[in-house]
Design a protein around this ligand. Structure first.
Ligand code: ATP
Ligand code: MG
Length: 270
């Protein structure tokens, strides 16, 4: 479990994150959604320590990551897997070497043990026999899967995926989402996914945090989002007329009527 308590971050005079609090549970995909520039990546970087928040606290299983010593942070970092925006594979080395990279960094295993583990995770992401290929020889979806394999190679407790679907077609996106969800449940990982992909929200959003200009505007799950009356959220998620109609239809299907208010800060704007 990861807890965020009143995270604040500014760059110069520009406030990027304002008092963001949330709980991200193990065994589920915790989505952070919001428009471009709303602070998703900055928040994720605050969570893994790539950016220090100005105030507030990040806790990993109840332990304050914000105040802990350097060595303790390194221990937590070993338990973190990260899928960067655009996969961020090393172009000049093979798939096998890319996936082996964290094992070389953080383990003292012998070569055979490392190769076995690489093959295990490659099988997990359906990329058997791609060991000797270079990233340039792979499709976008395959690169993402290699990125996922590298992110899970150390058996992480925490998995961070920044825009895992950017640049992928809808079908491949769904396969990547499915894979992320499967490994999350299989290994009971606390997974955090930054996305503005509508399909992901509906498919894997058991917990959704919506950021609007650096503030938590709404939180809930993919069922509640259908019934949400939050105007900003609706304008963001159901941007097209088509999707607005689809939302209305779904609401009618579920209840036979347009529903009443739901929970939390889900108020329509004046
Ligand atoms: N290192 C930095 N220095 C100054 N400003 C930054 C820095 N990193 C991010 N920002 C600013 O913080 C704001 C939020 O950026 P962030 O990358 O978190 O957005 P995002 O929600 O991830 O957007 P996208 O969906 O486009 O990835 C932006 O206005 C950005 O310019
Ligand atoms: Mg981003």
């Amino acid at each position: 479990m990861i807890e965020l308590k009143n995270i604040k971050k500014s760059f110069g005079t520009k406030i990027i994150l304002e008092d963001v609090s949330a709980v991200m549970k193990a065994g589920q995909c915790n989505l952070i959604i919001g428009a471009s520039g709303s602070g998703k990546t900055v928040l994720m970087k605050c969570m893994v320590g790539l950016i220090e928040p100005d105030s507030g606290e990040v806790l990993y299983n109840g332990k304050s990551f914000t105040t802990m010593k350097r060595e303790e942070r390194t221990d937590i970092r070993k338990e973190i897997g990260m899928l960067f925006q655009g996969s961020a594979l090393f172009d000049s080395i093979t798939v096998e070497e890319n996936i082996m990279f964290p094992l070389n960094m953080f383990t003292t295993w012998n070569h055979k043990k490392k190769i076995d583990r690489v093959n295990e995770v490659l099988a997990r992401v359906n990329l058997v026999d791609t060991n000797k290929k270079f990233p340039a020889e792979l499709s976008g979806g395959m690169k993402k899967r290699v990125g996922i394999a590298r992110a899970i190679v150390l058996n992480p407790k925490y998995l961070f995926c920044d825009e895992p679907n950017s640049g992928l077609d809808p079908l491949t996106s769904m396969l990547i989402d499915k894979l992320i969800r499967e490994v999350t449940i299989e290994y009971n990982i606390t997974t955090v996914v930054n996305t503005h992909d509508m399909n992901s929200v509906m498919e894997i959003g058991n917990s959704i945090l919506y950021l609007y200009q650096g503030k938590k505007e709404w939180e809930g799950n993919n069922k509640e989002i259908i019934f949400s009356k939050n105007k900003r959220l609706n304008e963001f998620i159901f941007a097209s007329e088509f999707l607005q109609d689809a939302k209305q239809m779904r609401m009618l299907e579920e209840t036979g009527k347009v529903p009443v208010d739901d929970n939390n800060n889900d108020n329509p704007l004046p």
